[in-house]
Design a protein around this ligand. Structure first.
Ligand SMILES: Nc1ncnc2c1ncn2[C@@H]1O[C@H](COP(=O)(O)OP(=O)(O)OP(=O)(O)O)[C@@H](O)[C@H]1O
Length: 254
């Protein structure tokens, strides 16, 4: 692992809907590391990721990938080096499952046989090889998520940006797909609500609340009962990748 992180974010500030939503977040993700971006609803996790996949612009701060500031990357090169699994991505009606996966390789420069092999492998990984000709818009929510994941796995970018990757997935595919991402040893920045899954996969985490980073480090050392009470308002304890949930912290009625 090199000493220079693959992804470096410094003092990131982002506005959304005309208001500041991210107020100076910094984090590093080392090459080959799986980093979790955690925090309760509305903490600003997706807003950070949206800047990384160029759906939003930073108001201030710096982002560097492989030591190069984001502003120095052409959009095309940035899109080649990164790949995002986003929430509410939807699928275009009229495209087959295979088409969706293939579109991800459109500008890869790979020869057709290599593209076909990658698509076959990705479809097999997500369990949709036999349904590759089905109209993608007719898939269930979990099957659509698996199709998007297949597109990403076929592309296999240097940086995976995953917004709630376990969304809609049954337990089997949560494990199969994240095991595969982990096995590849790629650099990952992923949001999770499931803290047990975060503890299972993440080498390190950043916990956000109200648009700020409030803690970071190894999952076991970071997700302490005190932090879970303060940030998530739950009485809970993480033991390895097991989360014992005792209940919500009682809040006074307003
Ligand atoms: N376009 C927008 N217009 C108004 N408010 C927005 C907009 N985008 C984000 N916000 C607000 O910014 C805050 C952070 O949103 P964000 O989606 O980043 O949170 P999150 O941590 O990903 O939450 P969740 O876990 O619920 O997905 C929220 O309060 C959200 O309502």
């Amino acid at each position: 692992m090199s000493s220079e992180p693959l992804l470096r974010i410094r003092d990131l500030q982002v506005e959304a809907g005309g208001l500041p939503r991210v107020h100076g977040v910094s984090l590093d993700v080392g090459e080959g590391c799986f980093h979790g971006l955690l925090g309760p609803n509305g903490a600003g996790k997706t807003t950070v990721l949206r800047v990384l996949y160029r759906a939003a612009r930073a108001r201030a701060g710096t982002i560097a990938l492989a030591g190069r500031p984001m502003r120095d990357w052409t959009p095309r090169d940035w899109a080649r080096a990164t790949g995002a699994l986003v929430q509410e991505s939807g699928l275009l009606s009229g495209l087959s499952v295979r088409d969706v996966v293939e579109i991800g390789l459109a500008r890869s420069g790979l020869p057709p046989e290599a593209c076909a092999a990658r698509i076959d492998e990705a479809l097999a990984l997500v369990g949709l090889a036999e349904r590759q000709d089905q109209d993608a818009s007719t898939l269930s929510g979990g099957e659509q998520q698996r199709t998007h994941m297949a597109q990403l796995l076929a592309r296999d970018p240097a940086l995976y940006i995953l917004d709630e990757p376990t969304n809609h997935l049954d337990l089997h595919y949560q494990l199969v797909l994240l095991d595969e991402v982990k096995r590849r040893g790629r650099t990952v920045l992923a949001t999770f609500h499931d803290l047990a899954m975060a503890a299972r996969y993440c080498d390190s985490v950043t916990v956000m609340a109200d648009g700020r980073s409030v803690a970071s480090g190894a999952p076991g050392a970071t997700l302490t009962p005190e932090l879970l009470r303060r940030v998530y308002s739950v009485e809970a304890q993480l033991d390895g990748a097991l989360l014992r949930l005792d209940g919500p912290v009682r809040r006074d009625p307003r």
